[in-house]
Ligand binder design. Structure first.
Ligand SMILES: Cc1cc2nc3c(=O)[nH]c(=O)nc-3n(C[C@H](O)[C@H](O)[C@H](O)COP(=O)(O)O)c2cc1C
Length: 198
């Protein structure tokens, strides 16, 4: 589930919420899964991965991750990203483009404090995406963290990312194949709405 706080009143956000509610009614699983594509300028490579979108607060999309991970390096080198969701239960795809940045340390500390200690132990103990000898070593590191770390204090290498899309495309698939593609493009502070051919 995604938590919506004080959702932005503009059209693309209201349409996103409408589609989200329809997908929930259609029992969509993993509805919070969102693909984030990034470009790392230093190694000239594009990469994608799913994360769990936790909040849409007004116009900000927020997820959490490791600040030393490959995705973090990409965001540092090139802050523009593409985000993607697909909800098969209603056959809707939403494409977004945005610039991404870290949430504040204060925000991270509060979020971490309120999370389960088990989740926190994993965030603390995992050097995300770095090589490790074996899977059992991962479990050992996790158990050590559970026993001996301060599980209420967010480490500086972990926290949130937020992005505010400047482009949305809603794709709705129909049986007729006459699919609908509706675009919202932020131009000079105003959402410009248009349609694309399928
Ligand atoms: C459905 C799903 C949700 C995920 N959610 C997160 C998440 O919220 N944060 C995170 O760091 N990784 C999450 N992951 C793992 C990432 O996809 C990825 O493996 C990890 O963040 C390392 O990515 P990187 O090497 O590009 O930095 C999730 C994976 C899946 C399949």
């Amino acid at each position: 589930m995604i938590k919506f706080n004080n959702l932005n009143q503009e059209k693309p956000y209201q349409l996103l919420k409408k589609k989200y509610d329809e997908a929930i009614d259609a029992a969509q699983e993993n509805i919070e899964a969102i693909s984030i594509s990034s470009y790392n300028q230093d190694i000239n490579e594009v990469d994608s991965r799913y994360v769990n979108l936790k909040f849409i607060s007004n116009d900000k999309f927020i997820f959490f991750s490791n600040y030393n991970s490959p995705k973090a390096s990409s965001f540092n080198s090139h802050s523009q990203i593409a985000a993607l969701v697909y909800w098969p239960s209603i056959n809707v795809q939403i494409r977004m483009k945005a610039k991404i940045k870290k949430t504040s340390n204060e925000y991270n500390q509060k979020y971490f404090f309120d999370r389960s200690e088990k989740k926190n132990a994993l965030s603390i103990s995992s050097n995300q995406s770095k090589l490790i000898e074996s899977y059992s070593q991962v479990q050992e590191n996790y158990n050590k963290s559970l026993e001996s770390d301060n599980l209420k204090k967010c480490p500086e290498y972990w926290g949130g990312y937020s992005f505010v899309p400047y482009y949305f495309e809603f794709w709705e698939g129909y049986e007729s194949r006459i699919n609908k593609r509706e675009v919202f493009d932020m131009i000079d502070g105003v959402w410009k709405q248009s349609f694309l051919q399928p």
